[in-house]
Design a protein around this ligand. Structure first.
Ligand SMILES: Nc1nc2c(c(=O)[nH]1)N[C@H]1C(S)=C(S)[C@@H](COP(=O)(O)OP(=O)(O)OC[C@H]3O[C@@H](n4cnc5c(=O)[nH]c(N)nc54)[C@H](O)[C@@H]3O)O[C@H]1N2
Ligand SMILES: Nc1nc2c(c(=O)[nH]1)N[C@H]1C(S)=C(S)[C@@H](COP(=O)(O)OP(=O)(O)OC[C@H]3O[C@@H](n4cnc5c(=O)[nH]c(N)nc54)[C@H](O)[C@@H]3O)O[C@H]1N2
Ligand SMILES: [Mo]
Length: 701
């Protein structure tokens, strides 16, 4: 173990000028929903965290943190941190509360839930996502609690399920290249990702590759911070990625830039896919994608010839390209590409969307599905919470939703068609409990608002979806005020509900050990804060995909058996740009760099960097509407409207506006945000969201 990695019990005096106040450094993990899952070093003086840094001894972090998390003490000690339980005093949604004791809050919550559960426990719905990605503070004790209760299941689909399903059908799961080997690639295609903003530590590997002569190509409707630093930017229309991928295949076939040996031995369905691809000439795809055919040809040439020269080509796919109707199919089409050129033969070749499938998380040990005792509750999709909160009981829906327990999520800001979400949360007959750090838009609608600890105050264990190291988070400081970890809140609620199983007494360190069982060495996590999974360098050099056939499945029998297309295809957006006279502009709403979804919007120094909610517009689209940079505009469609500051910007392509996300409604202009306009429709595969499949019109106000 390296000497710069003190254990939590070791007092480190770093600042010799203050001998009376020894500094301690505590190893942790960044909890946020980001592929990078950084190893953190928190410096503590007299029980106060004074600095949060990237751990230099963790190679994936390399001592570097993003803007947001390097300001973590500002968030932790924010004057508006929730520090005591609160009970609603005003009308639903008014955000008016009075302090209440934990005892009173938990007893009343338990009594209310028991009364509903006696009628039908499925009327109670948990609502959580990735405010923290910790395996323990997410669904461990909470999962046990809701399983025992028999509450509705939540389909946690709001981010990644279309792409996840596309990967599962093609490669067998969320598996792929190891991120560090991108440094050795000679062609890197960054597909649907603004890496500088959302995957900074991957971008560092891409920079190393660039220094060694690699070519970087970015495929994104928006000229992002990343796109402008690549050698080439392909600014396709939203939701047209499958058409582009099929045209690339067309060119690989036409020029025979194919690895026939790899295709023969390690894939299924090539004759059928070949035929499909031959229907997609670069000209046909160019018309669909809104890019020049020559740009498609030249990318195919780079991709097809790269590997023939022995230089690996790698694709960094990210979730930005799957938030449209055809997101699952598009992911499938792109995931086929590396097998065609045999890129998997080299460790620096292939594709990476997510590494999360490589972690041996023992979900059953954490969530104890046996507590369901044979019951199979209905499932509510978190994307359609707006509609579902407004539904009455019916045979097909089940019971009307009577109670919501929200933790690790801010649905009033992040779920689509938020006009409906707000109407649902405003129901006076809905009982809502929110576990939070701050009084978010969702928290405003709570009956009880319970203060949760932050990552600096609790234990956890983390997998990553962008690298292949597991991490441990130790608490650096005591809980602030009366805040409690999510686990503890559910433990205490369970006791008041009379849940007597001993698993409700497991403490957080026991839960930490249960995450991977004996599959990851816990002592290594304790000693150095991270443990690298033992994985082959080039996982599919000799095939061995985790699909039913063990091959890369160009054709999926499993999809065909469901009556779906067994081959990937272009599935046009529900709301494709240029198909409506009333709402002529496509709108995407990618993350703003200094926010993380709706987290950090209330951190002043970060909000100051973002300024105001922003809509980027191409000069032609702005001129046609008499809109100048800096003017406030109304963006609207049939679902709703929001107000933003327009910026005439080369970042926007013609026909598509970029409504940068995700502001708290109450901190934006006019009390709504971009999700007032997005739709609750679902993707082709995986029941995912279609945030970037949205038509709007823009008007000067
Ligand atoms: N700073 C910051 N980092 C984040 C987040 C954040 O909010 N802020 N969010 C985190 C989360 S929740 C996730 S899931 C991850 C992954 O995060 P992603 O959502 O993948 O985030 P981005 O890297 O911004 O990638 C989205 C990119 O996709 C582009 N895009 C939109 N539509 C299309 C399309 O149809 N095709 C293609 N090719 N591109 C399209 C957008 O313009 C944008 O540049 O990042 C995480 N990291
Ligand atoms: N228009 C549009 N909408 C989008 C997206 C988009 O690109 N465009 N992106 C979508 C994506 S990819 C995602 S992943 C979702 C994200 O949606 P969410 O997962 O809801 O993410 P956040 O908005 O960051 O809200 C997380 C909340 O959890 C709280 N939290 C953090 N840690 C803890 C904890 O330990 N305990 C408790 N109790 N609370 C905690 C934070 O304070 C924060 O308010 O949004 C989606 N919405
Ligand atoms: Mo996400």
């Amino acid at each position: 173990m390296s000497s710069i990695l003190p254990s939590v019990t070791e007092a480190l005096t770093l600042d010799s000028s203050v001998p009376s106040a020894p500094l301690r450094q505590v190893l942790g993990a960044c909890p946020h929903d980001c592929p990078d899952t950084c190893s953190l070093l928190t410096t503590v003086r007299e029980g106060v965290a004074i600095k949060v840094q990237g751990n230099p001894a963790h190679p994936q972090t390399g001592g570097v943190l993003c803007n947001k998390v390097s300001r973590y003490t500002e968030r932790t000690y924010h004057p508006e941190r929730l520090l005591q339980p609160l009970r609603r005093t005003g009308p639903k949604g008014s955000g008016q509360f009075e302090p209440v004791s934990w005892e009173a809050a938990l007893s009343d919550i338990a009594a209310r839930l028991q009364a509903i559960a006696r009628r039908n426990p499925e009327a109670i719905v948990p609502y959580s996502y990735a405010g923290t990605m910790g395996q323990v503070q997410c669904e461990s004790m909470a999962g046990r609690f809701f399983n025992k209760l028999g509450a509705s299941f939540l389909d946690r689909t709001i981010c990644a399920t279309a792409g996840g399903e596309g990967m599962a059908q093609t490669l067998g799961g969320k598996v792929g290249m190891r991120v560090e080997f991108f440094a050795e690639s000679r062609l890197i295609i960054i597909w649907g990702s603004n890496s500088i903003g959302s995957n900074l530590h991957f971008w560092r590997y891409a920079q190393q590759a660039k220094k060694n002569g690699a070519r970087l190509v970015c495929i994104d409707p928006r000229k992002s911070e990343t796109a402008e630093k690549c050698h080439e930017h392909i600014a396709l229309l939203p939701g047209t990625d499958a058409a582009l991928a099929l045209a690339l295949m067309h060119e690989l076939v036409s020029h025979d830039w194919l690895d026939h040996d790899y295709i023969d031995r390690h894939t299924v369905g090539w004759p059928a896919l070949r035929e499909r691809a031959l229907q997609w000439s670069p000209e046909r795809a160019a018309a669909v994608c809104g890019v020049p055919a020559e740009q498609i040809r030249s990318l195919a040439r780079d991709y097809g010839q790269c590997f023939i020269d022995g230089h690996p080509a790698a694709i960094r796919l990210n979730y930005g390209m799957q938030r449209v109707r055809g997101g699952g199919n598009a992911t499938r089409a792109i995931a086929c590409l590396p097998a065609l050129i045999g890129a998997w033969r080299h460790r620096a070749g292939g594709v990476l969307l997510s590494t999360s499938g490589l972690f041996p998380v023992d979900k059953a040990a954490l969530q104890k599905p046996e507590l369901l005792d044979g019951r199979r509750p209905r499932t509510i999709n978190m994307i359609t919470i707006g509609d579902d909160l407004l539904r009455e009981s019916s045979a097909d829906f089940g019971p009307k939703i009577e109670a919501l327990i929200v933790y690790n999520s801010n649905p009033v800001a992040v779920a689509p068609e938020s006009g409906k979400v707000v109407r649902g949360f405003e129901r006076e007959d809905l009982f809502t409990v929110v576990l939070e750090h701050f009084q978010t838009d969702t928290a405003d609608h709570a009956d009880y608002l319970l203060p949760a600890t932050t990552q600096l105050e609790h234990w956890d264990v983390h997998s990553s979806y962008g690298h292949t190291d597991a991490l441990l988070n130790r608490p650096a400081i005591a809980p602030l005020g009366q805040a409690k970890p999510n686990t503890q809140i559910f433990r205490e609620l369970a006791a008041r509900m009379g849940f007597a199983e001993p698993c409700f007494l497991d403490d957080d360190q026991t839960l930490c050990r249960a995450v991977y069982g004996d599959k990851v060495d816990f002592q290594t996590l304790l000693d150095q804060g991270f443990a690298t999974l033992d994985l082959p360098d080039a996982p599919f050099a000799e095939g061995g995909f985790p699909t039913p056939s063990g091959k890369c499945e160009f054709f999926s029998e499993r999809l065909a058996a469901q009556g779906l297309d067994g081959l990937p295809d272009h599935v046009a957006n529900y709301e494709a740009a240029g198909t409506s006279a009333k709402f002529p502009l496509g709108m995407i709403s990618p993350p703003a760099r200094n926010f993380l979804n709706s987290s950090f919007v209330n951190v002043k120094s970060l909000r100051d960097m973002e300024g105001e909610p922003l809509l980027e517009m191409h000069a032609e689209d702005a001129a046609a509407r008499g809109i100048a940079s800096g003017s406030i505009v109304r963006v609207f469609n049939e679902r709703g409207e929001y107000l933003v500051k327009a910026e005439v910007s080369p970042r926007a392509r013609p026909g598509v506006v970029n409504g940068m996300g995700i502001w708290w409604r109450k901190m934006g202009l006019g009390g709504t945000n971009v999700n007032q306009l997005t739709s609750q429709r679902l993707t082709d595969l995986g029941r995912g969201p279609v945030f970037y499949d949205c038509l709007v019109e823009v008007q000067a106000v």
